[in-house]
Ligand binder design. Structure first.
Ligand code: NAP
Length: 234
């Protein structure tokens, strides 16, 4: 790990993303906390109350917003070592509908954030990682995207996470000549706005495997799916 490593976490004004920022900052990583809403981002930054976390606005569905944060990162740090594709949505319509009735627009909207957003961020930032031949990319996926246990319900969300996992495999292979590791993780069912407040785990537990993977050495795994620091089936 570089002694001035820089991490960018998408969708980190709350939930698992905020906890990932907190845990990375404790490991002396310079962290860029991002939020699509300025006020929410500034509020989250205050909660962390540490000098090695910076806030910058980012909406991963908006190419101009991605350009903007890329310029900020380039000017301020000149590198990015850790990229956590955490931002995600789970639409209410998807929680009640079924595959035969779900409006295709809801699938499209879910993919726009959960899949295309992560792809867009990688397309912008990976060349900077390649320049330094270093990178750790973690895609925050879900067990709900596992094909090995795929079943009905939550159609749009499940499809988006399965597709995100496919993207993990594809980009890990694309980058295998570089010291850039790409993995998917499932944080487990966590108490957040997305997971609901009856969930089993705290967001801090959900953040653990992503932070652990972000700090792995050069000979570590790439192109796998992890939960609780262990490999799981796709
Ligand atoms: P959360 O508390 O709802 O946080 C989601 C974050 O994503 C928020 O900061 C949200 O911003 C942001 N976001 C949504 N759309 C965005 C966009 N277009 N651009 C930038 N940021 C955007 O949810 P969470 O539970 O922490 O979820 C984090 C990740 O873990 C997601 O990928 C989710 O699918 C995954 N996950 C969660 C669970 C669970 O049980 N909680 C389980 C498995 C996987 P706003 O505040 O502006 O909405």
């Amino acid at each position: 790990m570089h002694d001035k490593s820089v991490a960018l976490v998408t969708g980190s004004n709350k939930g698992i993303g905020l906890e990932i920022c907190r845990q990375l900052a404790k490991k002396n990583i310079t962290v860029i906390l991002t939020a699509r809403d300025h006020l929410k981002g500034e509020e989250a930054l205050k909660k962390l109350n540490t000098s090695n976390v910076y806030f910058h606005a980012l909406d991963i569905t908006n190419p101009d917003s991605i350009e903007d944060i890329y310029d900020f990162v380039l000017k301020k740090f000149g590198r990015i070592d850790i990229l956590i594709n955490n931002a995600g949505i789970f639409l209410n319509e998807d929680k009640t509908g079924n595959v035969l009735t779900l409006d295709i627009q809801h699938i499209r909207k879910t993919m726009e954030t959960n899949l295309y957003g992560a792809i867009r961020i990688c397309q912008k930032f990976v060349p900077l990682m390649q320049k330094h031949n270093f990178g750790r990319i973690i895609n925050i996926s879900s067990q709900l995207g596992q094909l090995s246990s795929m079943n009905k319900t939550f159609t749009a969300y499940k499809i988006s996470k399965t597709a995100l996992n496919a993207f993990t495999r594809i980009i890990a292979d694309e980058l295998k000549e570089y010291n850039i590791k790409v993995n998917s993780i499932c944080p487990g069912w966590c108490k957040t706005d997305l997971g609901g407040w009856d969930a089993e785990r705290d967001a801090s537990q959900g953040a653990d495997t992503a932070v652990w993977l972000a700090l792995q050495p050069d000979n570590s795994d790439s192109g796998f799916f992890f939960m609780d620091r262990k490999k799981i089936d796709w």
